[in-house]
Design a binder for this molecule. Sequence first.
Ligand SMILES: Cc1cc2nc3c(=O)[nH]c(=O)nc-3n(C[C@H](O)[C@H](O)[C@H](O)COP(=O)(O)OP(=O)(O)OC[C@H]3O[C@@H](n4cnc5c(N)ncnc54)[C@H](O)[C@@H]3O)c2cc1C
Length: 313
Amino acid sequence: MSPSATTTAVFVPSDGLNVLVIGGGLCGLGTAISTSLAGHSVTVFEAAPELHEIGAGLQITPNANRLLKRWGLWESLAPVAAAPQQLSIRRFDGRLLAQRLDYDEETKRKYGVPTWCLHRVDLQQALLRRATELGVEIRFGQRVHDIDFERNQITLQSGETAVGDVVIAADGLWSAVRNKFLGIETPPKPTGDLAYRVTINVDEVDDPELLEVIQKPGNNIWIGPSRHAVGYNVRNGKLFNMVLLVPDDLPEGVRKQPGNIAEMRKLFEDWDPILTKLLARVEKVEKWKLMHHPPLERLATDTGRFLIAYVCL
Ligand SMILES: Cc1cc2nc3c(=O)[nH]c(=O)nc-3n(C[C@H](O)[C@H](O)[C@H](O)COP(=O)(O)OP(=O)(O)OC[C@H]3O[C@@H](n4cnc5c(N)ncnc54)[C@H](O)[C@@H]3O)c2cc1C
């Protein structure tokens, strides 16, 4: 059977479907929670032996935040979220281009929920806790090695097999399941940019000029020639997360490596003095190649029993 663009409806018995999810990242755990809340029995197969606690800040816009609310995650995440109170967009030299000082009130008024900034690890842990609480079985250290789209059967690296009423692949940007589904290799493509990622502990800063920008949760953007920088608080405002986007100079095939702080500062040396002061405080930086994958023409088999779930940014 070849995967096709049209799908038929799947019959759902009263006690729900047996759903197999491949991948326990943000997408896989979110998929597991939403299908479990819909009354299905869910098992997640995750290749890693435990949760990868990597990453830093994520901006959760109101559409995504509504989902977190629906999934019952608000109470556990509220204490570690930071809701930006203001949004400021500056030219690279610091001149203010646009500002909303009522960003939080305006967002809540328009969309009913705030924008939240979360640490990726906090979100991942909350998703895992909620999925477990809902009875989702999460099997770490179980890499899916093969998949039979006709029988809806997955084979793990250990040789064990499992058959689901529905199989959902959420194995990320470098998905091997996607390659099997399409029958061709479809590696992600470089965007041409890389991100320097840094964090600053707000409690360790005593410079009043910097505190003015980072003490109260906000969303700060600096735009300049071929580069831009974004800074916002996470962890209830206690951590200031910065992402600095510049043209990619990492060698082909290198996805991430420790960054050189002096090199990063040099790229922003004639920018807003606030930004350069912030960068002067950085003790450690990581350099990430930014990759993407073009949208797929089809995301399911024509039986509707195999689907691909993606995180879209
Ligand atoms: C390590 C990391 C850190 C990031 N940090 C940030 C950040 O700080 N800020 C930000 O804005 N964005 C960040 N991103 C981007 C954003 O978090 C991603 O868009 C998001 O993680 C994608 O979620 P996903 O579940 O689709 O994929 P992933 O998070 O990549 O999860 C896919 C999961 O599938 C598992 N898997 C893969 N193949 C198999 C298989 N064959 N069998 C079983 N399991 C399999 C992997 O081990 C992985 O856990 C980060 C992404 C990654 C991967």
